[in-house]
Design a protein around this ligand. Structure first.
Ligand code: FES
Ligand SMILES: [Fe+2]
Length: 471
């Protein structure tokens, strides 16, 4: 147990109550799984990539976009995953549906814009048309098709549907129409997050980075904080990522990064340096809270403050445990969606495989916030894809929507992708040695293996804690 945690427990004032998210503290032990090295092959080969496609991507729930992006009949959104493109659209009947974005004539990509409003989707190649409920509307010159001599088989030529569902104000989809409902998939660990009231949140920014590494290197990179001290030395000045609590939960997992403290690996944890003041002091001063805390104790003052205003604020402090009031609750839903937030804001990471190359991936980054009631809904942010190999300026990419210190952190993470991809391909590489702080990686890769081995029934996913050991 780390110093920050001990200090937190000493000062903790968890109220009695039935919080939807059980606190991490006191910490429960995670089962060790095994200690074997993790092979490099899984990041490299077409075979492994294909097995993931067949058993994971085509069977699991995927986050798409905000449900309120579909304001009017005809509002549509195109989302790509691996080799596939999907078209999500609100029909004139008000229902939001999802389809493979594939023309039923010769297979062209039907809709070639990312978003907009249309009542009819027309394939640019020969002009076949579909309505916004996916029904075939028009075949161009049907008299030229002998197949249609006795009538056009409209049902067969409708757009092929995928399953959609909603959670947290987000639209999700699953290629497997027999998949279990989304809520069942997210299980009780999904229910933990309901206190954040994500339905009321908004997307402040949305950017995608193309990284030169397998998608699992990106998941791995964000599911442990052991690397903060070496790769992100700034991060340990205003937070704790060293020896933090982690819990494995069925096929999903969570961890807690302590905010507004100084890591125990830093010698001077008390001085309020300019960086520490900027990253964790400024907001308290704005709120009129006397700024007298030692740097390492700012989180404790902030918790006291937040508890004291829980009856006045629109933020759902009342329903949250003390950890949630200020710390980073970092949840990853298998295989590729991470929610990490405090009550007022956070980020969602989505990792997507490249269509053909196991050595590339897309890292989607949503900045989200809980706006005060009455805030006018923000325009959809301009979404761009930035290739890390072209040296994008991560600070400029977000154009003022993201704290520059954190934008630099993302650039540091991005810089690791090509080097990890190259290193695990070396003939000399013996496999990864994973620490207890990297147990989420061990669990994630074991879950991938379980999917590939056919050991997970995604039609009837049990709320199984089979990797979780509680005291
Ligand atoms: S390929 Fe779409 S109309 Fe021909
Ligand atoms: Fe990182």
């Amino acid at each position: 147990m780390g110093q920050v945690e001990r200090e937190f427990i000493q000062r903790e004032h968890h109220r009695q109550g039935d919080f939807k998210a059980p606190p991490f503290l006191p910490r429960t032990k995670t089962k060790g799984l095994d200690l074997e090295r993790l092979d490099g092959e899984r990041y490299l080969t077409q075979e492994f990539m294909q097995a993931e496609w067949d058993t994971i991507w085509t069977k699991t729930w995927q986050l798409v976009t905000r449900a309120d992006d579909f304001e009017e009949p005809g509002s549509f959104f195109v989302h790509e995953l691996g080799k596939e493109s999907f078209l999500f659209v609100k029909g004139d009947d008000g229902e939001i549906r999802g389809f493979y974005n594939v023309c039923q004539h010769r297979g062209n990509r039907l809709c070639q814009a990312e978003s907009g409003i249309l009542d009819t989707f027309t394939c640019p190649f020969h002009g076949w048309q579909w309505s916004n409920d996916g029904a075939l509307k028009k075949v161009a010159a049907p008299e030229l098709f002998r197949q249609f001599d006795s009538g056009i088989p409209s049902e067969e030529l409708g757009l092929q549907q995928v399953k959609v569902d909603f959670w947290g104000g987000w639209l999700w989809f699953n290629m497997d129409v027999d998949a279990c409902p989304l809520k069942e998939y997210l299980s009780d660990i999904g229910a933990h997050l309901e206190t954040y009231q994500f339905e009321n949140w908004q997307v402040v920014d949305y950017q995608t980075f193309e990284w030169a590494g397998n998608w699992k290197h990106a998941v791995d990179a964000f599911n442990e904080s052991y690397h903060f001290a070496a790769l992100h030395p700034d991060m340990i000045e205003f937070g704790e990522g060293h020896d933090i609590p982690i819990e494995l939960w069925g096929i999903h997992s969570r961890m807690l990064n302590f905010n507004r403290t100084v890591s125990e690996v830093v010698e001077d944890r008390e001085t309020m340096t300019p960086l520490r003041a900027h990253m964790m002091g400024a907001r308290m001063q704005q709120q009129g809270v006397a700024h007298t805390a030692l740097a390492k104790d700012v989180h404790l003052r902030e918790i006291e403050h937040r508890r004291s205003i829980e009856d006045e604020t629109y933020l759902p402090f009342k329903d949250m445990n003390d950890e949630q009031l200020v710390h980073q609750y970092h949840y990853t839903f298998f295989p590729n969606t991470t929610f990490t937030q405090t009550p007022e804001g956070g980020a969602i990471f989505r990792y997507r495989p490249h269509a053909t190359d196991p050595g590339k991936c897309y890292y989607d980054f949503f900045i989200v916030s809980y706006p005060p009631p009455g805030t006018v809904k923000q325009e959809r942010p301009v979404h761009k894809v930035h290739n890390h190999e072209n040296n994008p300026d991560y600070i400029k990419v977000f154009d003022g929507t993201f704290e520059p210190v954190f934008a630099n952190v993302l650039a540091q993470d991005g810089s690791n992708m090509a080097t990890m991809q190259a290193g695990v391909a070396s003939d000399s590489f013996k496999g990864m040695i994973l620490s207890e702080q990297e147990v989420r990686l061990r669990h994630f890769h074991k879950t991938i293996d379980d999917f590939i081995d056919g050991q997970v029934d995604t039609h009837h996913l049990l709320p199984s804690n089979h990797y979780l050991e509680r005291d």
